[in-house]
Write a protein that binds this ligand. Structure first.
Ligand code: UDP
Length: 322
């Protein structure tokens, strides 16, 4: 297929780009490089540096079979303190992209949605028909885009798949997380054991979970990428298919810390701080629909995710643990 990957210079988009190329697809990446890196876009892909609003120009070239849309602001904490940035970037940007997709009759769309649309679920595992009650602007903006996509699929023949990511981790094809301001647990924990930061702060240990720290469902970026390629052909024209992407297993912050210590063989300096605004206690996916509709089963466990992230972020130290 001839594909346009919007936001393809970021962590997940650039892993998906590599997998698309490996499977024989043609890839144009559109990225404004606000958080992505030009050097993560492989030479076999064409890079167009520009805002999402430029998508219409690229799609006007003709012949595109699918758009994969990753471009978004994606930090929960930042979205709580700066909602305007999230609504403008995520929703207005996606609206422009959807208009371009309709104008140029692109038949397929795969969208990066998120577990944050579910907010604080009453129970886990979370299926796609759970109520959507986001507790932060990040989740609210992704839900708004999901709703726009549903409306677009009803009005046109667009075949769209929203993939609701749980916690993505690990590295693949030499690409891992390289955020300027890192907020995610696994990269922060790896920096803490490596001595690159003083310590890890646990955001609250008084949650209503078995060990008092929040539960998350971690999924390897290589598994996640495979789901995108499968999603390209999963929806019927006029259908908006929504699939959760997770392993179906919840790990607490303390369990992740123990895995990091085991993989690296290094002790974790840590402290307990207050809860982070917008954090839910538990986010664990039911992966049943993804298995049924995409034929997707995640293959990598938490230890592999941590080991791959460790080899990517601290190649000098990797190999010291188990
Ligand atoms: N977390 C933490 N300390 C940190 C970063 C994260 O305790 O320095 C916790 C956070 O409260 C959440 C889990 O780790 O329960 C995963 O957070 P992350 O930011 O990686 O992903 P999120 O679930 O927010 O998308």
């Amino acid at each position: 297929m001839k594909t346009l990957v919007v936001g393809g210079a970021g962590y997940i988009g650039s892993v998906v780009t590599r997998l698309l190329l490996a499977e024989g697809h043609q890839v144009t990446v559109l990225d404004d490089l606000s958080t992505g890196h030009a050097d993560t876009v492989p030479a076999e892909a064409r890079l167009v540096t520009g805002d999402i609003a430029e998508a219409t120009k690229v799609l006007a070239e003709g012949g595109f079979d699918a758009v994969l849309h990753f471009a978004a602001k994606s930090l929960v904490g930042e979205s709580v303190v700066n909602p305007s940035l999230y609504w403008r970037t995520n929703v207005i940007g996606s609206r422009a992209l959807l208009d371009a997709i309709t104008e140029h009759h692109i038949p397929r769309l795969v969208f990066s949605s998120t577990a944050a649309v579910y907010g604080e679920p009453d129970q886990v595992p979370i299926t796609e028909d759970f109520p959507t009650r986001p507790t932060n602007a990040y989740g609210a903006t992704k839900l708004a885009v999901d709703m726009m996509i549903t409306n677009e699929c009803t009005a046109t023949d667009l075949a769209a798949v929203s993939l609701r990511y749980f916690n993505v981790a690990g590295a693949a094809y030499g690409v891992g997380e390289r955020h300027t301001t890192e907020t995610h647990l696994i990269p922060i924990a790896l920096d803490a054991v490596a001595g690159k930061r003083d310590k890890l702060t646990i955001y609250g240990d008084d949650w209503s979970t078995p060990d008092g720290t929040p539960l998350r469902d971690y999924v390897h970026v290589a598994d996640l990428a495979r789901a995108h390629v499968l999603a390209l052909t999963a929806a019927e024209p006029g259908e908006h298919l929504i699939c959760n992407l997770g392993n179906g297993n919840g790990f607490s912050v303390l369990e992740v810390m123990k895995t990091v210590e085991k993989v690296t063989g290094l002790p974790m300096p840590h402290t307990v701080g207050p809860r982070r605004m917008g954090d839910p206690a538990r986010l664990v996916a039911s992966a049943a629909r993804a298995q049924q509709r995409l034929g997707w089963l995640p293959e990598h466990d938490l230890t592999t995710m941590v080991a791959d992230a460790w080899a990517f972020s601290h190649p000098d130290l990797a190999g010291t643990g188990e």
